[in-house]
Design a protein around this ligand. Structure first.
Ligand code: 2HA
Ligand code: ZN
Length: 270
């Protein structure tokens, strides 16, 4: 069996786990990871640079950065079975307006159709976290999607409803979640709307479509997605049982925030 560098193995593990969660039917969802310099040196012997291609957006903070990405139209289910065909490594140009394939994406495959959203989110997060965030995961999270048909598409209301479903939720996503109204996926308009929310949140929900999460590591980003989706699953069950009869109160969230030394978004505690 072929062996891969640890960073590629980690990426494969997350695509497999996310598929097994039921978040990645067919070609649904996408994952991008910005490599460290050490990780680049571990895999650069594999690189065979292809031609530069216009991104259609400018990503000032990502010049010369290298990413692992899933492929457009490719299935998360298949990344583990054939990494070279279903994922790849790409490099952003020195001007921040082009990319080229360095490894993988065999037979002319392209990076994820949501590359503009991923890169604009990485660009914002690079700035707001000083380069600490490296991962963007987009998943078709069943229960979050279901909730976008019944909850108001409002950041504060959505956040509060999710927070109430599990005590640790506000600790895991203290800023809350942002909501993008329904839009055509794959383009610059939805990329701009999502990256605006990423200035404030680590989670952006696309109404009737899925969820974007940003994080420091692959595990933390997967864990964030899992936590949000689990809260949504509990809420779907609670609503199906006739709704809340009791819940966690705003005052109790404030005590929780103090105990865990996290600042909870005050807009969600009104
Ligand atoms: O098919 O998830 O948003 C990939 C997607 C598009
Ligand atoms: Zn999608």
């Amino acid at each position: 069996m072929k062996t891969y560098a640890p960073c590629i193995n980690e990426f494969i593990r997350i695509t497999k786990d996310a598929y097994l969660k039921g978040w990645h039917e067919r070609n649904g969802g996408n994952l991008t990871y910005r490599l460290t310099n050490n990780e680049i040196s571990e895999i650069e012997e594999l690189f065979e640079a292809k031609e530069w291609i216009d991104l259609g957006v400018i990503v000032e903070n990502l010049k010369n950065e290298v990413f692992l990405v899933t492929g457009s139209g490719k299935f998360f289910r298949c990344v583990e079975l054939s990494p070279e065909e279903n994922m790849g490594a790409i490099e952003i140009s020195a001007c921040g307006t082009k990319y080229r394939v360095l490894w993988g994406l065999a037979n002319g495959a392209k990076p994820t159709s949501e590359l503009p959203s991923h890169l604009m989110n990485h660009n914002i997060k690079f700035g707001t976290t000083n380069g600490v965030h490296r991962v963007i995961l987009h998943s078709h999270t069943t229960n979050v999607i279901a909730l976008t048909f019944v909850l108001p598409l409002n950041d504060e209301i959505f956040t509060r409803e999710l927070w109430e479903m599990a005590t640790e939720c506000p600790v895991v996503f203290p800023a809350g979640v942002g909501i993008v109204p329904w839009m055509v996926p794959g383009g610059n308009e939805i990329a701009i709307a999502t990256s605006e929310l990423m200035k404030k949140y680590d989670v952006a929900i696309w109404a009737h479509h899925g969820t974007f999460c940003s994080g420091e590591t692959l595990d933390l980003t997967f864990g964030l997605m899992d936590t949000v989706e689990k809260a949504a699953e509990i809420l779907v069950k609670v609503l199906s049982m006739g709704g809340k009869k009791q819940t966690i109160l705003a005052e109790e969230f404030k005590v929780l925030g103090e105990a865990f030394k996290v600042t909870l978004n005050p807009e969600c505690l009104k």
